[in-house]
Each structure stands twice: as C-alpha cells, then as structure tokens.
Write a protein that binds this ligand. Structure first.
Ligand SMILES: [Zn+2]
Length: 197
C-alpha cells in the first residue's frame, strides 16, 4: 500500500477520462519526478484554468473575459452563427481558418437516454440571439443520432426567426466527432452545408 498522500494523488488522476489504475499510478510517479518548481507551476496552471476561465456570456465559448475574443472581434460576421456542441469544436473549426462568423457552444447534445434535455444545454441564449435578425445559423453538431436530433430540435425552434438555417454536409462520417475530423474534411463539410427546409 502506498502512503496515503500518494494514494490520494492516484485517486485524483483516475478521475481523468481514459485513465485506469495502472496509468494513474504511472502519472503519479512521473509527477513526483518533476522538480519542485515544475510541480508548483503545474498546480498554479491548474488553479488558474479552473478559477479564471468561464463561459463567454454571449456564446458559451471558454474565455478569461466576460466575452470571448471571437465575440469581441468586430471584423467577424456576427450575423452568421455556427452552433457546435463543444468548445473543442470551436477550436477545430478555427483551425481551418475558413470560417469568419461567430459561434454558439451548446455544451452537449440532447440525449433522452442520458437524461439530457434542451433546458440542460446552452439553448435559451441561442434563441435570444436569434431575435436579432441573423442571416444564417449553421447547425454543426456531430453527425451522431443525438447530434442529428439536437439539430432538428434547434431547426424547429429557430425557424421563422432566422433567414437561413443550414446543416453541415455529410462529408463527416456518421458517428464521427468534429474535433477529430481533419481540416480538409471540415472545410468540405462547411462549404457543402445545405439549407434545412
Ligand atoms: Zn463568445
């Protein structure tokens, strides 16, 4: 049995996704091998990330300020909103450098099996944003059953409010996750987006 302090560290590391007992043990020992300065820097980075980052009040993207850099950027098209399920998807689309609109991060998708309902997601503020006569809302949830369901739900809620509602083209394989898609696939999916009637 390890000393209690070490056991506790291992238990904390096990909470990370994909980290089992063995990996947690390995991580704990490599952390112990860091210098005192490195450990303190890591602890501070962790604390800072948790305390200083929060959702952007407009779009839900992660930010150090009240509003994220994308929402604050006047050179972007604020009449064009791309709805994604996760902050990681914003980063994936930004990496393509082809999209110049703004975003709305849902923080998940509707899932009846997991008990995730529309009111658990960042949807209310999207409907509010749609009241300002948007040109287009791109529904860019993942092409999974839950992603499609969420898209359909949003399309219904947004119709009549927005001039055009589009869905990403199926260049993305069914069941794929946007943040794993390569840049070219994402660019093609964005270019080939179709209007939802
Ligand atoms: Zn924002």
């Amino acid at each position: 049995m390890y000393p209690k302090i070490l056991q506790e560290l291992i238990e904390h590391l096990r909470k990370l996704p994909g980290v089992g007992a063995k990996t947690a043990e390995r991580y704990a020992f490599s952390l112990l091998n860091l210098s005192e300065t490195e450990v303190m820097q890591l602890a501070r980075a962790l604390g800072d990330a948790k305390l200083k980052l929060h959702p952007c009040k407009t779009c839900g993207n992660i930010s150090e300020k009240d509003e994220c850099d994308i929402c604050l950027d006047k050179s972007r098209n604020h009449q064009l909103i791309c709805v994604v399920q996760d902050v990681k998807d914003v980063v994936a689309i930004e990496r393509t450098k082809q999209y110049h609109g703004v975003y709305h991060v849902l923080n998940g998708v509707i899932s009846t099996s997991k008990g995730i309902m529309p009111e658990d997601l960042n949807i209310h503020s999207l409907i509010k944003r749609a009241e300002s006569e948007l040109d287009e809302v791109i529904l860019a949830t993942n092409p999974t059953i839950e992603g499609e369901m969420t898209s359909l739900y949003l399309a219904k809620r947004l119709e009549k409010k927005v001039k055009k509602i589009t869905r990403l083209a199926h260049g993305l394989p069914m069941g794929a996750h946007m943040d794993y898609a390569d840049e070219l696939t994402l660019i093609k999916a964005m270019e080939g987006r179709r209007e939802i009637e």
